[in-house]
Design a protein around this ligand. Structure first.
Ligand SMILES: Cc1cc2nc3c(=O)[nH]c(=O)nc-3n(C[C@H](O)[C@H](O)[C@H](O)COP(=O)(O)OP(=O)(O)OC[C@H]3O[C@@H](n4cnc5c(N)ncnc54)[C@H](O)[C@@H]3O)c2cc1C
Length: 464
């Protein structure tokens, strides 16, 4: 039987596309997943009354598509929210945790950088757009000076587990780059945008967003989306080995079977998609694979002798030379994740700069992480609970050549009728990016349109 749509990959992207397509009356869907469970990178871990996350910890409630998905699935009645206004964050600077205000004017007013450094930030007003494909470090240094670099480093450590000497600004902040090119100065462009949006009453009311999760952890989101699929519609243990095109349909082969469909959605991390597209893509992709940053989460439970500062957690710029990239104060954010009276910290280790640390055994990772955290936090006794969570995949890194790869993907989707390529790393790396793009893909399929990728990059606000 020819399906209306085959989706490869049952992570959040594939599950969301399937959820949306199932709302179209009579539309048949088949979701093929290589592993023994749906959810992909989402992986909550429950043990000894502790609840930790091996993958994503949450998503902000500032994305319209995600909020609609929560309402459609009824998850809006279950969601837990930790408002950023209440849950402050810290950056580790000179071996101390420093509180970071969450709004740009407050960041500039705070005594985080010197007055001359603040004046240097303002020099952006007189700078021309930086040509070429600069790295994040080159671009920030050129526009705003060096003083902001440790904070920018912390942001990209927290989001990409990445390296600002390798990530390119056109890849990670296309919206800001567009503002720079359109207005000359980033500050001038952002001020204009802020003024325009303040005229809009709805925008005026928006405060800081909240971090969202669920009482059972992020796995609940994947489970709820999966509940909507029958065993005929979701096939686990079904790695797709090849895809090919025959006139108006697509053929998809697993080890066990061959399927055909009118539409084919690759809801896969960039590298997994490139592997399958190699068979059909002409011209071939400008690169065969992109780098990935792997991290481990070390969940640490402490008794009542330990205490955490208020807030969400902290991040560490590379220049601090610490073992952990940062840590989440999980029991502050989402209470109920520990036995009564205990606290839960989730330390992040590895990333683009330190893949060697992932080779350490669990005992060494735990020992090093605890020693590191004890220098910054009040942790007088050893942890009562410790578990190393090792995600299966890494975080795609949007480095040199990525903008060209994205253009190639967009051209391919326009040229190949019924082909849609979405997922981890293609149009961003966060859960909100995945949901937003999955909605765009399902809308295009519903309307019988091709998807040409995101044409109008929005400016995304940065939160520490
Ligand atoms: C450690 C970590 C922490 C993160 N933290 C956050 C966070 O706090 N907030 C946030 O917003 N985002 C976070 N992210 C990013 C977030 O997890 C991703 O945006 C999202 O989960 C990606 O979903 P996806 O479905 O596109 O890809 P994936 O989750 O990778 O799913 C792809 C699926 O495709 C399957 N697959 C691959 N190849 C094949 C094949 N050939 N045939 C069949 N199936 C195949 C895989 O098994 C997998 O199930 C984090 C990611 C990681 C790794």
């Amino acid at each position: 039987m020819t399906q209306d749509t085959i989706i490869i990959g049952a992570g959040l992207s594939g599950l969301t596309v399937a959820w949306k397509l199932k709302q179209i009356s009579g539309h048949s869907v088949l979701l093929l997943e290589q592993s023994d469970r749906a959810g992909g990178a989402i992986s909550s871990h429950s043990e000894n009354d502790y609840l930790a996350e091996g993958g994503p910890h949450g998503f902000l409630d500032n994305c319209v598509e995600s909020q609609s998905l929560l309402a459609e699935t009824g998850l809006d009645r279950e969601v837990l929210k930790a408002p950023l206004s209440k849950f402050v964050r810290y950056v580790c600077m000179d071996k101390k945790l420093r509180l970071i205000p969450q709004s740009p004017p407050r960041i500039l007013a705070a005594p985080l950088i010197s007055l001359p450094a603040k004046l240097r930030v303002a020099a952006d007003l007189f700078k021309k757009p930086l040509p070429g494909e600069p790295t994040v470090r080159e671009w920030v240094e050129y526009r705003f000076g060096r003083a902001l670099l440790p904070y920018v480093d912390a942001v990209f450590t927290g989001t990409y587990a990445g390296d600002i000497d390798r990530l390119v600004i056109d890849g990670v902040m296309p919206g800001i780059r567009k503002v720079e090119k359109e207005h000359g100065s980033v500050l001038r462009g952002l001020i204009k945008k802020m003024r325009a949006s303040r005229k809009n009453a709805a925008e005026k009311k928006k405060g800081l967003p909240s971090m969202c999760s669920f009482p059972e952890g992020m796995t609940r989101l994947a489970e709820r989306l999966q509940e909507n699929l029958s065993s005929d519609e979701l096939h686990l243990h079904s790695p797709v080995l090849s895809i090919s095109r025959n006139d108006d349909s697509w053929t998809v082969a697993t080890k066990e079977a061959v399927y055909s469909s009118r539409n084919l959605v690759l809801a896969l991390p960039v590298n997994a998609a490139l592997g399958l597209l190699a068979d059909i893509a002409s011209p071939p992709p400008p690169q065969q694979a992109i780098p990935e940053a792997r991290i481990v989460t070390i969940a640490l439970g402490f008794g009542s002798e330990a205490s955490l500062p208020p807030g969400f957690g902290f991040l560490t710029p590379e220049r601090e030379k610490r073992f952990c990239l940062g840590a989440l104060f999980s029991s502050n954010m989402f209470p109920g994740r520990t036995p009564e009276g205990h606290i839960l910290l989730e330390a992040l280790v590895g990333g683009r700069r330190h893949p060697d640390r992932l080779e350490l055994d669990d005992a060494s990772l735990i020992r090093n992480a605890v020693e590191d955290l004890q220098q910054l936090l009040t942790l007088p006794a050893p942890p009562q609970y410790a578990r190393v969570l090792r995600p299966r995949g890494g975080i795609p890194q949007l480095e040199k050549g990525y903008p060209e790869l994205l253009s190639w993907r967009n051209a391919l989707m326009e040229a190949e009728k019924g082909l849609y390529v979405t997922g981890f790393g293609w149009d961003g790396i966060g859960l909100n990016d995945m949901i937003k793009t999955a909605c765009r893909v399902s809308d295009a399929i519903r309307d019988g349109q091709q998807d040409g990728g995101e044409r109008d990059s929005a400016v995304k606000k940065v939160y520490f």
